[in-house]
Design a protein around this ligand. Structure first.
Ligand SMILES: [Zn+2]
Length: 337
């Protein structure tokens, strides 16, 4: 039997130096290797320029947590995966491709978890989320599905249930954190950078092409108002406006996506978003046709244009894309899992 030799003090010192050098060499390598999904807190500013309110919350996957939903005037506790069936049914036509419905299910799950972890629904105390589509996220009950689907209910419900269960627990992450999900019915050929619609520039909400939307009934839109009505609505946004001695409609500038960035009306300028809201236009991607007594807006796309286009998602699925292809196309630099 060989006896271990005791280390002398000199030997200990040498060993210490060797270990220190090894660590110094290995540490950067270890850091690089683990950079795939670092907590965002370790990368301040890297992922969220101009968004100081972008909170960092440690994430670990949860198996079907309970969600507090504000539904029909009261708080209802539901299992997340059950709740999502009602959300996907409400937010996307059940006739869409299964992979598009799966993308919607993952998007809705991500939206729900993000909302819950960032203060919940601000309109209803104690609720993680409400069913008002203008505030949080739409939801339909089983009775509402029966009413709107009729004889197709069994088929559609099975399809939506599959979209939810086959992606159970999966969400969209950017640098290890759930993302703020946006989606719209149709992006009119190109989605929009988040800062061009909302104030916040988010690295995963970048403008990308959205092909195959042209055949959707949502693609082209039109809204006509009389010149009097037009002036009245514009005055509502800006009471001090004057139409005297200046063209009614002047210069229009656009973002690369085609959406209106600014439009000169009378002696003032407005954003495309302001005009879209004032006239309830389908989108901010519009042209203006003016006659002696009327103004007609011609729009392309439906919705704000940020994030996933549902029509585009369906078109991608028809061409063979799966839900991960769809989500990573519309949300830049994300992982799904
Ligand atoms: Zn809400």
């Amino acid at each position: 039997m060989r006896r271990m030799r005791r280390l002398t003090p000199e030997g200990m010192a040498l060993l210490g130096i060797v270990l220190f050098v090894l660590l110094a060499v290995l540490y950067p390598a270890i850091t690089v290797l683990t950079r795939g999904a670092p907590p965002a807190a370790e990368n301040p500013g890297a992922g969220s320029p101009g968004s100081p309110d972008f909170e960092i919350i440690g994430k670990k996957k949860e198996a079907n947590p309970t969600i507090r939903v504000w539904l029909d005037g009261s708080l209802t506790e539901m299992k997340l995966e059950d709740y999502l069936i009602g959300v996907v049914a409400a937010e996307m036509p059940a006739s869409f491709e299964l992979e598009a419905l799966k993308a919607q299910a993952v998007a809705a799950r991500t939206y729900t978890l993000y909302k819950r972890d960032h203060g919940g629904c601000s309109a209803h105390e104690g609720a993680d989320i409400c069913t008002n589509s203008n505030h949080c996220q739409a939801y339909v009950t089983d009775e509402e599905m029966t009413r709107s689907w009729g004889s197709k209910k069994a088929e559609y419900l099975a399809k939506i249930t599959e979209a939810v269960t086959s992606t159970a627990g999966e969400a969209i992450y950017y640098q290890g954190e759930t993302i703020q999900v946006f989606y719209c019915a149709s992006a009119g050929g190109r989605t929009e950078n988040s800062e061009n619609v909302y104030s916040k520039a988010l690295p995963y909400l970048r403008s990308v092409v959205s092909e195959g939307e042209e055949n959707s009934s949502h693609y082209y839109g039109k809204a006509t108002v009389s010149v009097d009505e037009f002036k009245k609505k514009v005055k509502k946004i800006s009471p001090a406006i004057s139409f005297d001695g200046v063209p009614l409609i002047g210069e229009i500038t656009r973002f690369d996506s085609g959406r209106v960035q600014s439009i000169r009306i009378g002696n003032q300028s407005f954003t495309g978003r302001e005009v879209r809201e004032a006239f309830s236009l389908n989108s901010a991607n519009f042209t203006v046709e003016q006659t002696e007594d009327s103004i007609t807006f011609h729009t392309i796309g439906f919705g704000h244009g940020v994030g996933m286009s549902q029509t585009g998602a369906n078109a991608m699925a028809k061409k063979g894309a799966d839900y991960i292809d769809i989500l990573t196309h519309y949300f830049t630099g994300v992982t799904v899992g």
